[in-house]
Design a protein around this ligand. Structure first.
Ligand SMILES: C[S@@+](CC[C@H](N)C(=O)[O-])C[C@H]1O[C@@H](n2cnc3c(N)ncnc32)[C@H](O)[C@@H]1O
Length: 201
């Protein structure tokens, strides 16, 4: 799509307009809203980590859903503060950052991990996919040590190189897995969301 057409479709996009109108930090929030409506992911949740949180749309949504609980947000880029959300700047691939996440939850495991993580695009589809799935593997590994056994992992993945392999890894690690394409996710985007529940023991 040419830049001109992209800008046009952006400005005509209902979700872009509506998110500005409502003062949401991101258009992405609608995707989480749809996931939540369908899968009720915040039920009984008292602690969560939002991975790849900046600018903070998902974290704001989560804060509104969980009034009393421990909410952590992580991103390599800074996020403007949200009351009731503890922000950590760093990469989920970094072991020290993972330790810090636990520390901020008094060493306890989490009920829910949500990830809308995506690295900056380079323009080379293969290396973009490769980079994404390297980080995605770290998220999956973190979910295995960081989630309670009945916990839930919600994460964005991209169909293409590495997807089938990642699907198999998910199957090995979780008992229940759903794939969901929200209506607010652009049709031309290869993104899809995974809702994985119950760690296999
Ligand atoms: C699409 S944005 C997230 C939008 C967010 N869900 C919202 O509603 O505002 C993806 C984010 O993933 C972050 N990211 C990329 N690689 C990361 C990594 N290794 N660790 C943590 N965050 C990362 C990017 O910096 C970016 O802010």
């Amino acid at each position: 799509m040419s830049n001109r057409h992209w800008r046009k479709s952006q400005s005509e996009d209902f979700f872009v307009k509506d998110s500005k109108l409502r003062g949401y930090r991101s258009r992405s929030v609608y995707k989480l809203l749809e996931i939540d409506e369908k899968f009720k992911i915040f039920k009984h949740v008292k602690s969560l980590v939002d991975i790849g949180s900046t600018p903070g749309g998902w974290s704001e949504y989560a804060r509104n859903k969980i009034r009393s609980g421990n909410l952590l947000a992580l991103d390599i880029n800074l996020m403007d503060p949200i009351e009731g959300v503890t922000f950590i700047q760093g990469s989920i691939e970094d072991k020290e950052i993972q330790d810090l996440i636990f520390e901020k939850n008094n060493g306890n495991k989490f009920d829910l991990l949500i990830s809308d993580m995506s690295p900056n695009k380079t323009g080379n589809k293969v290396s973009d996919q490769f980079k994404f799935y390297n980080i995605a593997d770290s998220i999956l590994e973190f979910s295995q040590i960081g989630l309670i056994s009945k916990g839930t992992l919600v994460m964005k993945v991209f169909i293409g190189h590495g997807f089938e392999e990642f699907k198999s890894e998910l199957k090995e690690n979780f008992e229940r897995i759903n794939y969901f394409k929200p209506k607010s996710s652009r049709k031309e985007s290869r993104e899809i969301y995974v809702i994985a529940k119950n760690i296999r023991v």
